[in-house]
Design a protein around this ligand. Structure first.
Ligand code: FUB
Length: 363
């Protein structure tokens, strides 16, 4: 009965509640046939949603987009976020809330700017917020902050996680309780500056490596028992094609760009990620948290806006994709979080989702 409720009524209820929570603005926007779903909130701009269930409620850890006047460029100069505000809602999609500021860049001794895509995890009564920020040398590092409440306020650790770099942390807790942090992003995310194991500002300014070479890869490390540090040396996560060959730098539709996320379905690990300048979410599968992962296909076609960043969440028996687009603002740096449902086919594949109909994407 519970499962039937979730699979049949929840999506409908969710659409209704989303529409009503955004009021007249959403009703107008919803008349635009280009967009399949409505923004979850319209009080603030939100992006890069990482959704989790804590205490029988859905919590969404998102970037809080603001207008900072930064001129748009390939390094993400226009994304100058300064704090995090957690979103939450009931499991049936009701009671959508925007919580007060949970962490500000001014509270973090080592962080100077750019609170980009965060994630969160829970262990033994403590909630952990993982986030990237630029330090005083303009190098992206990953930080952790803790709270006894899922929405914060969060108390930051005084230093970044040791040996951390780049952006877009996503923490996956496996069935045996082991926690892994996945991260990385190229171009503005600086991953290309770490190819030799230490920071090289003169590393390729984009991912302009040799087109025939394997693409730059996302990173993984197991977390320590206290969830605050890496407990092992960082590893690269291989993404292979179906013949077992690495995806190449020139393969812009399939190569990793940013936003790694992991979910597990029937024992298979699904690594999904953004392809950046081709604006897709792609997914690859593996049989353990470290991979290698084999490319399977497109998860979400391009949304409106340059970035495409997401998370997946199982509520009851129903899987949800949380993502963002720019429906409210029409501006790449002022995004709004949305969600939709998806299924895994019998053979484990996921059909490409189409959440925006304004593109001429070729599926
Ligand atoms: O929100 C800033 C950056 O844009 C994120 O870290 C990337 O994943 C992209 O969505």
């Amino acid at each position: 009965m519970f499962n039937k409720f979730f699979s049949i009524f929840l999506p409908l209820l969710v659409v209704f509640v989303s529409m009503s929570s955004c009021g007249q603005l959403s009703e107008q926007l919803n008349s635009n046939p280009d967009f399949l779903n409505t923004p979850l909130v319209s009080e603030i701009f939100t992006a890069d949603p990482s959704a989790h269930i804590f205490n029988n409620r859905i919590y969404i850890y998102a970037s809080h987009d603001i207008e900072s006047g930064g001129i748009e460029d390939d390094s993400g100069n226009h994304f100058n976020m300064i704090d995090y505000q957690v979103l939450s809602m009931n499991l049936d999609g009701s009671d959508v809330r925007v919580h007060p500021v949970g962490l500000s860049v001014d509270d973090v001794p080592w962080a100077k700017s750019k609170f980009w895509a965060p994630d969160a995890a829970y262990k033994d009564g403590t909630y952990y917020l993982y986030y990237p920020a630029k330090d005083a040398d303009n190098i992206f590092r990953l930080g952790v902050a803790t709270s006894d409440k899922p929405e914060g306020p969060f108390t930051p650790q005084p230093e970044p996680m040791k040996d951390s770099y780049s952006i877009d942390p996503a923490v996956f807790v496996d069935d045996d309780g082991s926690a892994y942090i996945y991260y990385g992003g190229i171009w503005g995310g600086q991953l290309q500056r770490w190819e030799n194991g230490s920071y090289d500002e003169n590393g390729s300014l984009k991912d302009m490596g040799i087109p025939e070479n394997p693409a730059i890869l996302p990173r993984i490390a197991k977390l320590s028992d206290d969830m605050l540090e890496f407990s092992e040396e960082v590893k690269q996560i291989e993404i292979l094609d179906k013949d077992g060959n690495p995806i190449l730098t020139k393969d812009l539709d399939r190569r990793f760009f940013e936003a790694p996320w992991i979910h597990k379905h029937k024992g298979t690990y699904y690594l999904s990620y953004s392809t950046g300048d081709t604006h897709l979410l792609a997914y690859a599968t593996g049989d353990n948290p470290y991979g290698p992962f084999t490319y399977q296909g497109v998860l979400n076609e391009p949304v409106q806006g340059w970035t495409n960043h997401h998370s997946t969440l199982k509520v009851g028996d129903q899987w949800f994709l949380f993502y963002h687009d720019t429906e409210i603002s029409g501006k790449t740096h002022l995004r709004n979080v949305k969600f939709t449902t998806f299924i895994h086919n019998e053979d484990g594949t996921i059909d490409p989702m189409k959440t925006y109909f304004g593109s001429d994407w070729r599926f």
